[in-house]
Design a binder for this molecule. Structure first.
Ligand code: PLP
Length: 322
């Protein structure tokens, strides 16, 4: 794991996932009422951790393509800002963020980097990021789900979030999930091959993008620097309708929407791009992996026009009935 991150073994704490690692890193640095600067498109796990610590949060906006400007982060700083949080790659869009430039620009304020989505897709070296702490998650690199890691540089061990035992050098109490951690280590050993495979993943993603673009009304979201992510919507079609239609064909897409109180909340990330709620509800995401084959891409492209036409007809029918 340490080698895969460019770190030393003693700098890593294994956790139950990135959510826990983010909570530990935030609790380590932020006292109630303190000010934190975070990009508007951080993962809900980060915002949840900040809320849990009663942090006062300034969200730095992104542009319509999901890009973030270093100077906007700097402008959000206050004299006593305790932490800046910036993800290395956006999980719904695939954009990479300038973590090193932001870390340098906000120093000496520490930067917490959610590197979950970048890990295994692009080369990652936590020291080169210039951050004070970074988190990664096993399931993004082919490890069993339910394991993550928090990296902090030597000499700055994070305070335990879970107390009551000496495990992880006193930085995380509780019996370690050894099978998952071993799986994480094995997946990390395979990382060079996974990264090599990303060249083919990027080519397939581009073929998918070009194929989807042939259907009228398809709009792409973000500026995906990652090789595997393709976020899009189809005018006049609810993301959930298309997601279910593909699901019945055995193809898994993500909608980025969350069910709450019986309704569908649009993705906060798409809202941060400036889309209105109705448009954002159209959001869908295809994620490719090293296992995704050319035949998988062909199948999706063959299904797409038919399923879009069906979903459009159903939406028009529903409107006519209303
Ligand atoms: N951060 C990002 C960018 C993610 O995509 C995810 C989820 O996959 C998380 C954090 C939370 O990770 P975990 O599920 O390991 O808690």
């Amino acid at each position: 794991m340490a080698a895969a991150l460019g770190a030393a073994p003693g700098e890593i704490v294994f956790t139950s996932g990135a959510t826990e690692a983010l909570h530990q890193a935030v609790a380590d640095r932020v006292r109630p009422g303190q000010h934190v600067v975070a990009s508007a498109v951080e993962h809900p796990a980060l915002f949840g951790a900040l809320e849990r610590c009663s942090a006062r949060v300034t969200r730095v906006p992104v542009d319509a393509a999901g890009r973030l400007r270093v100077e906007d982060v700097v402008a959000a700083l206050e004299p006593a800002t305790a932490l800046v949080a910036l993800m290395a790659a956006q999980n719904e869009l695939g954009n990479l963020y300038p973590v090193r430039a932001v870390a340098d620009a906000v120093a000496p304020v520490p930067l917490l980097c959610d590197a979950v989505q970048a890990f295994g897709k692009v080369p990652l070296d936590v020291r080169a990021l210039g951050c004070a702490a970074a988190v990664v998650s096993g399931h993004k690199i082919g490890a069993p789900p339910g394991v993550g890691a928090l990296w902090s540089p030597a000499g700055r061990a994070p305070r335990a979030l879970l107390a009551g035992g000496p495990q992880e050098r006193g930085q995380r109490a509780g019996t370690e999930n050894v099978p998952a951690i071993v799986g994480f280590g094995v997946a990390a050993e395979h990382l060079p091959r996974r990264l090599e495979a990303m060249v083919a993943v990027a080519a397939r993603r581009e073929r998918l993008r070009a194929g989807l673009a042939a259907t009228e009304g398809v709009r792409f979201h973000g500026a995906p620097d990652l090789p595997n992510t393709l976020a899009f919507r189809v005018d006049g079609v609810a993301g959930e309708a298309l997601l279910q239609a593909f699901d019945l064909e055995g193809v898994c897409l993500s909608s980025g929407s969350a069910c709450s109180a019986g309704g569908l909340d649009p993705s906060p990330v798409l809202l941060a791009l400036g889309l209105d709620a109705a448009t954002a509800r159209g959001g869908l995401r295809a994620s490719l992996g090293p296992e995704t084959s050319d035949a998988d891409v062909d199948r999706v492209l063959a299904l797409f026009p038919r399923l879009v036409a069906r979903a459009r007809a159903a939406a028009e029918g529903a409107r006519a009935c209303a």
